[in-house]
Design a protein around this ligand. Structure first.
Ligand SMILES: Cc1ncc(COP(=O)(O)O)c(C=O)c1O
Length: 390
């Protein structure tokens, strides 16, 4: 057979949390009870106004291609969102609507990178960051962060990682998997380093205690801001996001979008307009509920010996140190899934610094969190006596 995948594709690594989830789904198909705590899938339904607007859009024939950049009323609503939230007066011409934050990232890095160009990524990191950079032909350069100082990015460490090939610095805040929120002095110091910041703000609004997101929007002309409806509005399956691009990059992104995706789904864009117009009260209720679930999950994990060294200040994940139960997080995640029916995210997915950790989501229902913790208890006490060998 002469079929051969490109070396670029063959070099990509699977998304391990998805692999554990998919194994869990196959166990569930065999009749096993499985508690999914490994992926960032809110258990809430999308706001009712959004569902109604989607049905009305479908019934009203809103099922065609749109302007490749997105419907103008949606781009205007996104621009208005930044005026209300950040006081930044943004032209809708700088907004490009995409089928989620993931395609937005692919467009941005395809636009920015020539083969071998570098993107600096603080780690532990969202697994798809380096994969998307590689898929776009670039090279990820990882810069460590530590729970000792709440996974704060060290701008000096980023400076040392710069090279003539550095094309961007990618920051997720609030971060997946750590829940870290980067303070303004870090964002300002990163902006001063020169390369454009690509700011993944998909968890903006999912904040606890007194945490606030500092966005480069309004602080730098050449920053890219990525966001979407998946998490804040529990709209993961709608596939809808956006990028705010520097003026000089808009035309290039539009050309890529026209050729690669044509446009984002028409009726889904109508859902986005409804979410921005009417979804805020539902989103606010979900955030309050996540804060409650965060406490439930973290106190439960700590009681099981799964220490969370830096409690999350945003997003909806707890990144727990599981090394006393086994050093190989992938083997441990599969072992726990088979033994207890609880799916957790293997820390290795998030980079070498995540090895030995497990990621648990608190966007699952409180009953699922409680059941998951209860199921884990006996297996973990066996492993405490006899840790899993990888
Ligand atoms: C940090 C981060 N960025 C981006 C995404 C992708 O989101 P979307 O559903 O908008 O593609 C996720 C999904 O889990 C994420 O955790």
């Amino acid at each position: 057979m002469s079929l051969r995948l490109s070396s670029r594709t063959s070099a990509l690594t699977p998304f391990l949390a998805m692999e554990v989830m998919e194994r869990g789904l196959s166990l569930a198909r065999q009749g096993r009870r499985v508690v999914q705590l490994g992926v960032g899938e809110p258990d809430f339904d999308a706001p009712p106004e959004v569902v109604r607007a989607t049905i009305a859009a479908l019934e009203g024939g809103r099922t065609h291609y749109t302007d490749s950049r997105g419907l103008l009323p949606l781009r205007e609503a996104i621009a208005a969102h930044y005026l209300a939230r950040r006081g930044v007066d943004l032209s809708p011409e700088r907004v490009l609507v995409t089928a989620g934050t993931s395609p937005a990232m692919l467009l941005v890095f395809t636009a920015l990178l020539d083969p071998g160009d570098e993107v600096i990524i603080p780690t532990p990191h969202y697994p798809c960051y380096p994969t998307i950079v590689r898929a776009a032909g670039g090279t990820p350069v990882l810069v460590p962060t530590s729970p000792v100082d709440d996974y704060r990015i060290d701008p000096d460490a980023v400076r040392r990682a710069l090279s003539p090939r550095t094309r961007a610095i990618l920051v997720g805040s609030p971060a997946n998997p750590t829940g870290a929120v980067q303070p303004p002095d870090v964002i300002e110091a990163l902006l001063a380093l020169g390369p454009p910041l690509v700011s993944d703000e998909i968890y903006d609004g999912l904040l606890y205690d007194d945490a606030r997101v500092c966005s480069p929007l309004g602080l730098a002309e050449d920053a890219f801001v990525l966001d979407g409806f998946s998490k804040r509005y529990a709209m993961t399956g709608f596939r809808l996001g956006w990028v705010i691009a520097p003026e000089a990059a808009v035309r290039g992104l539009q050309t890529l979008q026209q050729n690669l995706f044509i446009s984002t789904n028409h009726f889904v864009q109508e859902a986005g307009i409804a979410a921005l117009a009417h979804g805020a009260p539902t989103a606010a209720r979900m955030r309050v509920e996540y804060a409650r679930r965060r406490d439930l999950l973290i106190s439960g994990l700590e009681a099981l010996g799964l220490h969370v060294p830096a409690p999350p200040r945003g997003a909806f994940y707890a990144f727990a140190d599981a090394r006393r139960f086994g050093q190989d997080s992938l083997a441990l995640a599969f072992h726990l899934l088979e033994e207890t029916g609880v799916a957790a995210g293997p820390g290795r997915d998030f980079g070498a610094l995540g090895e030995g950790f497990l990621r648990f989501s608190f966007c699952a229902a409180p009953e699922a969190i409680a059941e998951g913790l209860e199921r884990l208890a006996p297996a973990l006490s066996r492993l405490a006596a006899r840790p899993l060998r990888g």
